[in-house]
Each structure stands twice: as C-alpha cells, then as structure tokens.
Design a protein around this ligand. Structure first.
Ligand code: NAP
Ligand code: 8YV
Length: 312
C-alpha cells in the first residue's frame, strides 16, 4: 500500500519530487481548503515532512490520528512540541551535522563583517566617499579578543575551532561544562563581562527565550558585538534595538530574528549591524544534503521502522 505523506513545505524541488515518486504526497502549503482536506485525508497520513522554519503545530497533529513520524529539514526543533509528540507516540528526525560547517562559517563571516565594518567599507568604496574623503575610519582587530559562545554544541564547537586560528580566546556558557580547554561560565552576565564578542549558537524555545537581555548586553559593553545564528527568540530584540540605538553595544551580526521574514525594520537603519536573512545553512551543497537526509529518514521509517537521525 502506498503510504500517505503530508509535506508542510517544499524542502527542495528535486527531493520533494523523489518523495512524490514513492509516496502519496500531499502538499499542505498548496491546499486551499485545509479543514476539508484534513477531514477527508487526515486519517491516512502517516508521515509529515516539515522544516525547522515551519515545525508542526499541535492542532495539526491532533487532526492526523495515524501520524507516526515527523521528518524535519533543519536541526532546530523549537517549533515541534516534543512532549506532544511523545504523548502521541510520534517519532521525530532532524538533519544534524550536515549543516554545522556552513552555519559556523556564517557566524565567523558575520563576526568579521561586523568587527571590520565590511558593509560601511563596501559603501565607502562604491559610493565614491573613498575618492572624495580619503580612507574610512579605523576598525577593530580580532586578534587577542575574547569570544564568548552561548551553546557549545556541534555548531558552537565548529565556531570555536574556526576562531582559535584567528587568535581569539574562547569562553562559553551552557547547561553543562564540556570536556574542552575553553573557559566555562555558568552565568551569562559573567560571560558577557569577560567577552568582547558573543556568538549565540544554542537552541531556541522556552528555555532560552530572551536570555540575551538588557543586562547581558550592557555587560558586553559599548565596543562589544553580538552575533546570532541561533534563533531570534534568544535575544530580547527590543533591548537589542535600544542598545544599538544608544550605542551601549558596538554592533551586531544577525542571521535570525523574532518575526521572520518580517524583520523589525529598525535593524535596517543601523550602520553597525550586518543582516543575513536566516541563510546560514543556505548553500546548494548543504541544502541538498539536508534534503537527502529527510528523504532517507522517511524511507528508513517506511522500510525498517527506524530513523537515521532521530531526536525522539
Ligand atoms: P546542539 O549540538 O544540540 O548544540 C546545542 C548547544 O546548546 C549544546 O551545547 C547545549 O548544551 C546548549 N544548550 C541547550 N540548551 C541550552 C540552554 N538552555 N542554555 C544554554 N545552552 C543550551 O545543536 P547544534 O546542531 O549545534 O544547533 C544549535 C542551534 O543552532 C539549533 O538548535 C538551531 O536553533 C540553531 N541553528 C540555526 C541555523 C541557522 O540557519 N541560523 C542553522 C542550524 C541551527 P548541553 O550540551 O548542555 O545541552
Ligand atoms: C534552516 C535552521 O534555515 O537547521 C535549522 O535549525 O534554522 C536552518 O538550517 C531551516 O531549516 C530551513 O527551513
């Protein structure tokens, strides 16, 4: 019997096509009358394909009584309620590791671009200010600075290993100390006081909501910078906008925001902010690898009742 799969989004056209070739695929994003579809077909769906961006609402799980598995494109699962899944016996897979290098590279790229004022420098050259006014203002060096990493997991460790050769000293904050030589902080304000640069690479969700607040930003100080490749929810965004406006921090490099894709327009006005549209894993190579892993998890479930990269 062909199994029925519900795709919340198109993970990558070629891979969605692979899923459609093997399963009875329904594209939820393309269905106009969703209540009628769920009433008619909801009972047949055994698997959902989604992404870290869309997750799965609990009220949708409630309308899929035979749902067995959620295969998600991405590593963050802050939009999938794992307790609700456990209670319903639903298994969940993500796509860890494969995106780690690109996301760590993006954090490092944002750190360099923010510290060295890449975008104002680009504008200085392009706009003719260089020819008209001479050299742009001096920036600040990374060598010898202290980097505080919030969440030293797969991505955090890859960031640290890239930062060391640039001459940065590493400290980190997390729930548990790791078996590494970097300095562990069990308090975020202490980490921010110590650090020149904070990079956020922890999960989103309730446990980390707004942990980078006014007090942490003020501890980071007027030449400190914050880089966020975690989730927008980790920073108290109004407090960050105040700190950038009042110049109580030095700058920010942001890949993620509270309200994506409708980012707070206040960010666009700051010259000391580098913006990236939640694209840290957005390379052809990594997105193909993530999409293949979604397909492989889906097939592993239906062929062998197992998942390759389960989280529950
Ligand atoms: P990971 O290996 O699970 O690492 C997460 C780290 O965060 C772990 O060291 C964990 O520490 C720590 N952590 C967990 N809860 C915490 C808390 N309440 N406070 C502080 N630290 C906490 O995950 P990963 O693969 O590195 O991914 C990390 C996150 O990056 C994802 O969850 C996602 O939100 C984000 N991400 C963003 C993008 C993007 O496009 N911008 C792409 C991929 C991932 P313990 O070991 O002590 O639990
Ligand atoms: C993706 C992400 O941008 O993996 C994550 O947690 O946030 C990113 O890799 C996302 O999965 C695409 O929807």
């Amino acid at each position: 019997m062909t199994r029925s799969v519900l795709a919340i989004t198109d993970i990558r056209p070629a891979y969605t096509a692979m899923i459609a070739a093997r399963y009875d695929l329904h594209r939820f994003d393309l269905i106009d009358d969703k209540p009628a579809f769920l009433a008619e077909v909801g009972g047949k769906i055994t698997a959902i394909v989604t992404s870290a961006r869309f997750g799965v609402p609990v009220d949708l799980m409630d309308q899929l009584p035979n749902l067995e598995v959620i295969t998600s494109f991405g590593v963050g699962y802050d939009l999938i309620d794992l307790e609700a899944c456990r209670a319903r016996g639903i298994r969940v897979s993500t796509t860890p590791d494969i995106l780690t290098d690109d996301v760590a590279d993006t954090a490092i790229m944002l750190m360099h671009a923010t510290m060295r004022q890449l975008l104002p420098g680009d504008d200085w050259a392009r706009s003719g200010k260089w020819a008209a006014n001479g050299p742009m203002a001096l920036t600040r060096s990374l060598l010898g600075k202290r980097l505080g990493i919030v969440g030293l997991g797969r991505i955090g460790q890859a960031i640290a290993s890239r930062a060391l050769p640039s001459g940065l000293e590493i400290g980190y904050f997390g729930r548990t100390p790791k078996d590494v030589d970097y300095r562990f902080f069990d308090d975020l304000i202490d980490l921010a006081e110590w650090a020149d640069i904070l990079i956020l690479s922890c999960p989103g969700g309730d446990a980390t909501k707004g942990i980078i607040n006014k007090d942490v930003l003020s501890a980071l100080g007027p030449v400190g910078i914050v880089i966020n490749v975690a989730r927008g929810s980790v920073i108290d965004e109004p407090a960050l906008i105040d700190a950038l406006r009042d110049q109580t921090i030095g700058g920010a490099g942001l890949d993620v925001f509270y309200n994506e894709p409708n980012m707070d327009p206040a960010f666009a006005a700051f010259a000391n902010v580098v913006l990236y549209p939640h694209h840290a894993s957005g390379t052809v190579e990594t997105r193909d690898g993530m999409a293949q892993l979604v397909v492989d998890n889906l097939d592993a479930w239906h062929d062998r009742v197992e998942l390759i990269t389960p989280i529950i």
